[in-house]
Design a protein. Structure first.
Length: 498
């Protein structure tokens, strides 16, 4: 509704004010009712005393039911009403004492207002025409029935003055309490106002702008967890931190994507340019390059480009979170086969297999992917170490983990490169010697190793120093089958056990 106040401070003040008014009204009403009961009780006592005195006087003359028992002299209060009743409750005689102490007889209409009062001592309130409101009671003794009453003007005057006093005091108290509440509410809501201002600044901030340096934050003084406003401020700051972290991660992701696309384009352009060049030479039929040599170069560059595309597709599939096909894989047989292939392909280096098996070297995963990861680690050692280097592929199996280690005694990896060695298209500098341009690789081999390890629930790591470089591929063990004893690992002949 348009008339509803939208300000939290206004709503709080209105509701607090309404609560204060209700409390003050209830207290004033309770005080008036209590005072009225007290005054009526006192008045009823006086009326009863007057009736008892009248009954004592009337009992002395029981035969005359028109004799009014007023006290002699000036001992009766002003406005005292006295009367005699018959057996049917009708008033046979009644008079009221005036200011000059001379009783005035009540008219028939006034006596009719007093009809029906039983002489049982119960007080009644009756309005007598021309006299006002009276508190009346009746008594009976030995067949004598009397009536006595006193006006309620004093009670009403006291109650009216009490109402006026309470109204004035209550209004003053409400004014003071309202002012204090307004100050307190305003001071308590200041942190919330600052938080709202920060949120408004954040809403106006161009979050999609690349050059946005910093987002507004709630002051530290307004993030006290002991108050609700502080909790809101702290939560808003955490949200702002998350937004900045997401923006930074998005920028890093965009930079990595741009760098990845540039590197991939460069890697694909190089073999494609070679294929196009040699194809043109073959189409001419003449030239400095023999057709057979050109064909071999085209085949080699095609194979290189095919391998690069396959690595890119594999990384894309693993980035999407596609789980590899799961089967039980024996790491000893897998690594032994890879070492045999490396020994056959590169006799210039010494290739060894080391085993430390405290449990079967079994994991759950995709044998092809794990074999590619091991092959990439061995190919990395072959590509970046000089001839004569010793490369050791070790398999370790304990109850908690399965580890593949590939270490060499080559020149090592430069320290600045260690942090990004598993990034895509990362290449070693000149300190890691290469045999030739064809052995350099595309810079995706170690990235594939890390992606395969992550897809299998493991991790890849590296440590390097001159004369000792070690890559580690750690995988979770395969769960043991119930009721089946552990299988002993088959140790190939080329392995050296430790």
């Amino acid at each position: 509704m348009s008339g509803t106040p939208r300000s939290l401070r206004t709503r709080l003040l209105l509701r607090i004010g309404a609560a204060l008014v209700a409390v003050c009204a209830a207290m004033a009403l309770a005080a008036v009712l209590a005072q009225r009961a007290l005054l009526l009780d006192h008045l009823d006592g006086r009326v009863t005393d007057a009736a008892e005195h009248g009954l004592a006087g009337a009992s002395a003359r029981p035969g005359d039911d028109r004799d009014l028992p007023f006290p002699d002299g000036n001992g009766h209060p002003d406005g005292l009403l006295a009367g005699r009743l018959d057996a049917h409750g009708a008033v046979t005689a009644a008079a009221v004492a005036g200011p000059d102490s001379t009783p005035r007889t009540l008219t028939p209409g006034q006596r009719a207002a007093l009809r029906g009062i039983a002489p049982d001592g119960t007080p009644h309130t009756r309005t007598v025409p021309g006299l006002g409101t009276y508190r009346v009671t009746g008594l009976e003794a030995s067949g004598v029935r009397v009536l006595a009453g006193l006006p309620m003007d004093d009670v009403r005057d006291v109650l009216n003055r009490l109402v006026v006093v309470e109204a004035v005091v209550g209004a003053a108290g409400l004014a003071v309490a309202g002012s204090v509440c307004a100050v307190v509410v305003r001071r308590q809501l200041r942190p919330l106002g600052r938080i709202a201002a920060t949120a408004a600044d954040l809403a106006r901030a161009p979050l999609g702008h690349e050059r946005l340096t910093g987002l507004p934050r709630v002051p530290e003084a307004d993030t006290d967890p002991g108050s609700e406003a502080g909790q809101v401020g702290a939560a808003l700051n955490r949200m702002i931190d998350q937004v900045e972290s997401d923006r930074a991660a998005r920028r890093r992701g965009e930079e990595r994507m741009r760098r990845f696309l540039a590197d991939a384009g460069h890697e694909l352009r190089t073999p494609l340019a070679s294929i196009v060049g040699y194809a043109e030479l073959m189409n001419r039929g003449t030239g400095p390059v023999e057709p057979m040599l050109a064909w071999r170069r085209v085949s080699a560059e095609s194979a290189r480009m095919t391998g690069l595309v396959e690595d890119l597709l594999l990384l894309a599939r693993l980035d999407e979170g596609n789980s590899p096909r799961s089967a039980e894989v024996d790491l000893v047989a897998l690594v032994a086969e890879a070492v045999q292939e490396a020994r056959a392909a590169d006799p210039d280096r010494t290739w060894r297999l080391a085993l430390r098996l405290d449990a079967p070297a079994l994991v759950i995963g995709e044998e092809t992917g794990l074999g590619k990861a091991v092959a990439n680690l061995l190919a990395n050692a072959r590509a970046h170490t000089p001839p004569g280097t010793t490369v050791v592929a070790a398999v370790e199996a304990t109850a908690e983990r399965r580890v593949i280690r590939v270490r060499d005694d080559g020149p090592g990896i430069p320290p600045p490169l260690l942090a990004s060695v598993f990034d895509r298209f990362t290449r070693a500098d000149a300190s890691r010697s290469r045999r030739g341009p064809g052995d350099a690789g595309s810079g995706l081999g170690l990235a594939v190793v890390e992606a395969i390890a992550s897809a299998h629930g493991g991790r890849a790591a590296v440590r390097s120093a001159p004369g000792h470089t070690e890559f580690t591929l750690e995988l979770p063990p395969a769960p043991e089958r119930e009721g089946e004893p552990p299988r002993p690992a088959e140790v190939p002949e080329l392995s050296e056990q430790r």
